[in-house]
Design a protein around this ligand. Sequence first.
Ligand SMILES: [Zn+2]
Length: 255
Amino acid sequence: MRPYRIISVLFIILLIAFDIAYFTRGISFWWAAALLLIYIHLLVLGAIYIQWNFYIKSYNRGDKPKLVALTFDDGPGQETAAILDILKKHEVQAAFFSIGKNAAVQPELVKRWHDEGHVTGNHSYDHGFNFDWQSSRKMAAEIKKTNETIKAITGQVPRLFRPPYGVTNPNLARAVKRLDMASIGWNVRSFDTTAKDPQQLLERILGKLKGGDIILLHDSMPVTREILTELIVLTRQKGFTFARIDQLLDIEAYA
Ligand SMILES: [Zn+2]
């Protein structure tokens, strides 16, 4: 049972206990308000932190002590070609969680990363702010549209789905289950989309590295391209080997 179900059941039990205490002992109404506040707070945190596996079980890290995996979200974008050049030069294979509408505009980049041995994952079609407010049917339709776009380019249907912004909820859990896909999170968040200082970004990632890490990056960001060579070299110097996410996790990347 997922944590949100356990917490919901617990919340209902405590609410019943409150009702009894309220009518028999006259305890303060504020106990119920506090209970509700804690419950809502947990639901929100569970949605934000994909690592909690609160609504859906996601793959957030591997268990191979010498391997780490690079993942790039939101592409294909302005830095994808340069990032592919660097990966090729250093013989690193990664995963690209593609936004469907971007894949439709620059299919040649999707084809290129596929041909160069990288994995293609699904990262929704529009990546809109309203993605998580949709019904599970609409979410599934959007995810499926991306799968079809990618299949038309590479001939393969992705099985790996990374939720936009890493936000999950019960509807998303149902959509992913309906499509028989695997939810992919991360355990090393680079914050490259907001990074100002490349050196700081590099140190933030390297400082957190352990075996089995899934590193979240974006091939839309110039700063990511800037640090990538050093990130690869220094990660190897620390004794880690780069693996593709499907190899790190021992799962199938395609349906
Ligand atoms: Zn994204």
